[in-house]
Design a protein around this ligand. Structure first.
Ligand SMILES: Cc1cc2nc3c(=O)[nH]c(=O)nc-3n(C[C@H](O)[C@H](O)[C@H](O)COP(=O)(O)OP(=O)(O)OC[C@H]3O[C@@H](n4cnc5c(N)ncnc54)[C@H](O)[C@@H]3O)c2cc1C
Length: 245
């Protein structure tokens, strides 16, 4: 059975799971076929970021039987090494409020395949442990640990492995094709945050800020860029601006 043949309510993108849940919480009607419940299920969340945390919190509220979160990277150190990282954001183990509410966390886990019951239901996730070592050029290389193959029981697998770039469809695709809107090497809309053309794109009258410009990021960056971009737009329209930067 190929992945596509597994039932969407057994192996699904985190955003489909979260979006439907949020709508119901807000009182918006969601047809049962679009709502994925974690109730009484062994849930596996693939990905150790904020989206994964939201999946854990939601699964706990649905009444999941067990929740396991797997991450491909090494477990970060419990204490940061400030001497090495300052002034950058230090790499250290963080535990979200959702993770505190209950889940098993595993690191260095690479998903290899899924088991199913023949009727579209996933029943287990097969994995192998990996290690990360630097090669002679200082680049991190991943390798599988021989003999570490194992399995997690799974009734629901949520894919929360990160976002690559804004989706190139709708207005973005139109701007790209009709106006030649430039993207950066990672597929985000190209634009800088400094200088007289901060937040400008290469298309006159089109500005970009937040996730669209910097890629999947954090709310604090979206607020900062949104405010600064508003000022850039005001200046472009009026010739000057009183808005803060
Ligand atoms: C599941 C999940 C969990 C997250 N958890 C955290 C967290 O815990 N902490 C944190 O800091 N960040 C978190 N983030 C990231 C954070 O949500 C984003 O970085 C932030 O929302 C980006 O803001 P934005 O304004 O750039 O884009 P968005 O919030 O995506 O806003 C873009 C808006 O544009 C609208 N839009 C799209 N197309 C058009 C159009 N053609 N015309 C008009 N409007 C349009 C969209 O509907 C949307 O409302 C999370 C993200 C996700 C997906």
């Amino acid at each position: 059975m190929r992945l596509a043949e597994l039932d969407a309510s057994a192996l699904t993108f985190a955003m489909d799971f979260l979006r439907a849940n949020s709508k119901r919480v807000q009182g918006v009607s969601v047809p049962d076929e679009d709502f994925i419940s974690a109730h009484d299920k062994h849930v596996i969340v693939i990905g150790g970021g904020d989206t994964g945390s939201d999946c854990i919190g939601t699964s706990n509220r649905h009444g999941a039987k067990s929740i396991t979160q797997i991450e491909i990277l090494d477990k970060p150190p419990e204490k940061e090494d400030k001497g090495l990282t300052w002034p950058n954001w230090p790499n250290k183990l963080r535990t979200s409020s959702s993770q505190e509410e209950g889940c098993d966390r595993h690191w260095n886990v690479l998903t290899k395949s899924f088991e199913h019951d023949g009727e579209g239901n996933v029943s287990a996730l097969n994995y192998v442990l990996v290690r990360w070592d630097k090669d002679e050029d200082g680049r991190w290389q991943m390798s599988e640990v021989p003999g570490s193959e194992a399995q997690f029981k799974a009734d629901l697998v949520l894919l929360a492995m990160g976002f690559v770039h804004p989706v190139h469809e709708g207005m973005l695709a139109e701007l790209k094709e009709a106006k030649g809107l430039e993207l950066d090497a990672r597929g985000n809309v190209k634009g800088s945050t400094e200088g007289p053309k901060a937040y400008y794109t290469n298309v006159d009258g089109v500005f970009a800020a937040g996730d669209m410009r910097r890629g999947q990021s954090l709310v604090v960056w979206a607020i900062r860029e949104g405010r600064q971009c508003a000022r850039a737009v005001d200046e472009w329209l009026m010739g000057s601006s009183d808005l803060p930067r």
